[in-house]
Design a protein. Structure first.
Length: 292
């Protein structure tokens, strides 16, 4: 008996199975790649936040290390000279006081960064409401005019009346003080600081300009970063001076937090803050807030 077997149908099914297998593997590979790409994209903000947190902790630890070292060294000297009078130990006691105040300022700034929103302000700062920004800026400008006089600076103000915004007056005052103090510390003797406040469209625009050495272009994008400091020539002038809590004439050195706090305050009030700096025009910080 002779039998004939037709394998054409089986070959067709086999080819179809191979094609489907290849398509399935390709689809799985494509899905895997898409999942990998999207997972990395989704995790990127988390990774960035984690890196920023780690950097913030490292920077804060570094800043706290120096005053703590000085305080411990002063205490060690005081213990060694326990038989001396308090008056003879005044140098070490005052040094400890200064470093403790620096630490207190740093902790206060860190707390400010932890609660930028007006709703999160402490009760002592007062609730959010309508703020007369014109009067607030006038008051701060008058305070810092004495600082400018001491530093032999020309102080120019042009503040429009009746400009109001919604927010927390204490925190807005802090932001304005940071910018004014920053301008004073940036400017060399004989230079000029110009403060203007005006209403433009639906925004209140505060500009603080100072003459003097421009900020390096590479530093501009980072000025509002926490603990960021520009080049060494500016470390104890502008980039740091604004971080003394905006107190007139403070000269205890800063931590690179003042402008970061000012930015967070602006954002919490649905505003923006920006900086430009050129050799011809000087350095200008511009705070924009929505009008009421």
């Amino acid at each position: 008996m002779v039998a004939f077997a037709d394998g054409g149908a089986a070959d067709g099914w086999r080819s179809l199975a191979l094609v489907l297998t290849a398509v399935g593997l390709g689809a799985l590979g494509l899905l895997f790649l898409l999942n990998l790409v999207f997972s990395r994209w989704a995790l990127r903000p988390v990774q960035r936040a984690w890196a920023q947190q780690q950097q913030f902790i490292a920077d804060a630890s570094h800043e706290l290390k120096t005053p703590l070292t000085v305080i411990l060294a002063n205490n060690a000297i005081l213990r060694q000279r326990g038989g001396d009078t308090i008056a003879s130990q005044r140098q070490w006691i005052e040094s400890t006081q200064v470093e403790a105040e620096r630490m207190q300022g740093l902790v206060t700034d860190m707390l400010d960064l932890a609660r930028p929103a007006p709703e999160g302000a402490q009760a002592s700062e007062g609730p959010a409401g309508i703020v007369d920004l014109s009067r607030l800026v006038e008051g701060e400008a008058l305070t810092f005019e004495a600082v400018a006089f001491e530093r032999e600076l020309m102080w120019e103000c042009a503040i429009d009346k009746g400009i109001t915004v919604r927010g927390n007056a204490t925190r807005l005052q802090r932001a304005v003080a940071v910018l004014l103090d920053n301008a004073c510390k940036y400017t060399n003797a004989g230079g000029t600081v110009t403060v203007t406040l005006r209403a433009h469209a639906s925004e209140a625009v505060l500009s603080v300009r100072n003459s003097g050495e421009p900020i390096d272009e590479a530093d501009l994008p980072h000025l509002f970063d926490r603990f960021y400091r520009a080049d060494a020539a500016r470390t104890h002038n502008a980039a740091d001076a604004e971080n003394n809590g905006g107190e007139p004439g403070a000269n205890t050195g800063g931590y690179g937090l003042g402008l970061a706090i000012a930015r967070d305050i602006a954002q919490a009030h649905k505003g923006t803050i920006a900086v430009t700096s050129t050799a011809q025009e000087g350095t200008t910080f511009t705070l924009r807030l929505p009008l009421t």
